[in-house]
Design a protein around this ligand. Structure first.
Ligand SMILES: [Ca+2]
Length: 463
């Protein structure tokens, strides 16, 4: 397991972690031809039931459905957190986000955390792949820091266009605090257009410019996050106005938000189609893996003010919660000729992507056990099952532990739940009083995990 990495100074910490991981030794020895391109498309707040290939009869998603039909569609894939920032931190580092401090258990707020960001102690996916010779681009929503030195350019991306905050206006690109929030690299530079269209436009340019070298293209959509605005819905925000109590957009019927969300889902799908078309046109398909996933579950309702937003299928709960609806998400891996089409019920987490992609790039460090996530390349390419493991979610005083089909949830000191997901994916039957020994075992595992996380912080200072 990890040794302590608490070292003062960002540069020293990064150098230390990179040395620890052996990056730069293995990665640069490989021929370019062996290194596939990676396109990671991250939808925001997209629920388990929002895509046609996951059962939606409302949204039309032919391009994502095609990815699913030609690739592996996961039915037990989980975001590391039930909100945006936690999952992004884990996805881009291969680590439990709790290692970076308690602020990474929920969303970085533009009011409270405006000067905070992902600690530089973390080796990011972009840094690892760039060291291995990859061009790295991020086009979309970052939400791991609001300004330099915490933007994508500061974390291994060569290029960035998009928003730093978690919830900009999809048309005017103004954040919830009334600030302009559209960046080109490390400079604020507003641009006209709908966010989903702009980030795809920049992604296509990036692919075109880097078609002759390995690349990592990270496309974190803002859709379907509020403000709920489709391409033809009006702009909501203007500069200088505080939208903290008016963040949802102009919704004609707050009891039925779904028409707006449907337009957003379908805008994501259209962008997937454009990216696929470019990969085919540039003859990059046989050497490119596309991952499509969501960063957390959907909102089905928002308090009493908004209803019928998105769908988590038959799962219990929604975004911000540790029931399945908060973190079991759609996820697809596509690589024609390398990944055989199918459906996988393996239990996967967002943080598995980093060791997987580094492995496929030939840049996985010798001591890969340093990651909390695991290398899925044998699962993807050879359908080899991964070993059983115990997985953890924690947001403030809510905890969930998963081992095999069993899942334990503790909400503060109040409620305790035990579910057998194999027989009860919808978490309708609480077995907490039936199997106290299961709870004791999972609770003890959580205590050990929590202790280990607190002893090996990956940030420079307490929070
Ligand atoms: Ca989200």
């Amino acid at each position: 397991m990890m040794k302590s990495r608490f070292v003062s100074g960002r540069g020293a910490v990064l150098l230390y972690v990179m040395t620890l991981l052996g990056v730069g030794v293995l990665g640069t020895n490989l021929a370019a031809a062996n290194r596939p391109n990676f396109v990671v498309i991250l939808a925001d707040d997209l629920g388990y039931g929002d895509l046609a290939c996951y059962g939606s009869r409302f949204n039309q998603t032919p391009n994502i459905d095609r990815l699913a039909a030609e690739g592996i569609r996961f039915t037990d894939f989980h975001s590391n957190g039930p909100m945006c920032t936690p999952t992004r931190a884990a996805l881009l580092t291969g680590m439990y986000q709790q290692r970076f401090g308690s602020m990474f258990e929920s969303a970085l707020s533009g009011k409270v955390h405006f000067d905070d960001g992902l600690p530089h102690a973390a080796l990011t996916l972009a840094e690892g792949l760039r060291e291995a010779g990859y061009a790295t681009g991020c086009f979309g929503k970052w939400h791991l820091g609001y300004h330099p030195p915490f933007l994508p350019m500061d974390h291994g991306f060569d290029e960035f266009v998009g928003l730093a905050s978690g919830d900009g206006d999809h048309h005017s690109h103004i954040d919830r605090s009334g600030r302009a929030d559209w960046w080109h690299n490390d400079k604020l530079m507003l641009e006209s257009g709908y966010t989903a269209d702009l980030l795809v436009k920049h992604s296509l340019s990036f692919i075109e410019r880097h078609k002759s070298q390995p690349f990592l293209l990270y496309v974190p959509h803002l859709a379907i996050h509020f403000p709920w605005q489709g391409p033809t819905d009006p702009s909501h925000r203007t500069l200088g106005i505080d939208y903290w109590n008016d963040k949802w957009g102009l919704i004609s019927d707050p009891m039925n938000v779904s028409p707006h969300v449907k337009a957003m889902v379908e805008s994501i799908d259209g962008g997937v189609g454009e990216i696929l078309e470019a990969l085919h046109r540039l003859e990059l398909v046989e050497n490119t893996m596309v991952i499509f996933l969501s960063d957390n579950g959907g909102y089905t309702h928002y308090g009493d003010s908004h209803r019928n937003i998105s769908s988590n299928g038959r799962l219990r709960g929604q975004k911000t919660e540790l029931f399945e609806g908060g973190h079991r998400v759609p996820a697809i891996a596509w690589w024609p000729g390398r990944i055989r089409p199918g459906v996988s019920d393996q239990t996967i987490m967002s943080f598995d992507l980093m060791p997987t992609l580094l492995s496929l790039a030939g840049a996985l460090p010798g001591n890969a056990e340093t990651f909390d996530g695991v290398d899925l390349s044998d699962l993807l390419l050879s359908e080899k099952r991964i070993g059983e493991r115990t997985l953890f979610w924690k947001m403030d005083d809510e905890v969930a532990v998963r081992r095999g089909d069993w899942k334990w949830i503790r909400q503060g000191n109040r409620d305790r739940f035990l579910f057998h997901l194999g027989e009860d994916r919808g978490e309708t039957r609480n077995l907490a009083t039936v199997y106290p020994e299961k709870i004791a075992s999972l609770s003890a595992a959580f205590d050990r995990w929590s202790q280990q996380i607190s002893e090996t912080p990956l940030f420079d200072g307490g929070q």
